[in-house]
Design a protein around this ligand. Structure first.
Ligand code: FE
Length: 184
């Protein structure tokens, strides 16, 4: 029963995963690499799952990525988190929901981070609201799963290698099944 949901998620990756992520890696490579970075950094199972699933909202709304290149923010993090909340706990969905706002936080709190943004990421920063103000950053630090969201964002930024081969979708099946909500 539970595996039906995992099959649905994997089918979504099979359908849209070949799409370009924007910086020479495919969407599937990006998802798997972000998860692998969490795994190698000894993060929780929930964080590894969040790494894998953080951009799934980009596949839910076909116009998502296109809209962003046209100068509209389609809020893929909200779409993705809303979908995932039906099946997974907050420890997975909250970092996903906040991974974009975490970038605004990092831009405000870490000058090296702001300098190191890719061209595409610098462009989208403006659409996302620009760096947080000092007050916004301070308030964000009090939000549950704040640290996980920031950590996820750093993995997100690093998981864009066209040549890096990492364990595939099936390596995550048991992890995702174990995280499923009881009533999902
Ligand atoms: Fe991403």
């Amino acid at each position: 029963m539970s595996s039906t949901i995992i099959d649905e998620i994997f089918a979504t990756f099979e359908r849209y995963g070949a799409l370009n992520y924007g910086e020479d890696a495919s969407q599937l490579q990006h998802a798997l690499q972000t998860a692998e970075l969490a795994r190698r950094n000894r993060c929780s199972e929930a964080m590894i799952a969040a790494g894998l699933l953080h951009d799934i909202g980009q596949f839910m709304d076909d116009a998502g990525s296109a809209a962003e290149t046209l100068g509209i923010d389609a809020h893929h993090e909200e779409t993705g988190a809303a979908y995932l909340r039906r099946y997974f706990p907050d420890s997975v969905t909250e970092p996903v929901r906040m991974h974009v706002v975490a970038k605004r936080y990092l831009c405000a709190s870490d000058p090296a981070y702001l300098q190191g943004l890719s061209d595409a990421s610098t462009l989208s920063l403006a659409l996302q609201g620009g760096p947080m103000t000092h007050e916004e950053a301070h308030a964000f630090e009090g939000v549950p799963f704040f640290a996980d969201a920031v950590q996820l964002r750093r993995f997100d930024d690093m998981g864009k290698h066209p040549e890096w081969t990492v364990p595939g979708l099936e390596s995550h099946r048991g992890r995702l099944e174990a995280l499923l909500l009881v009533n999902a």
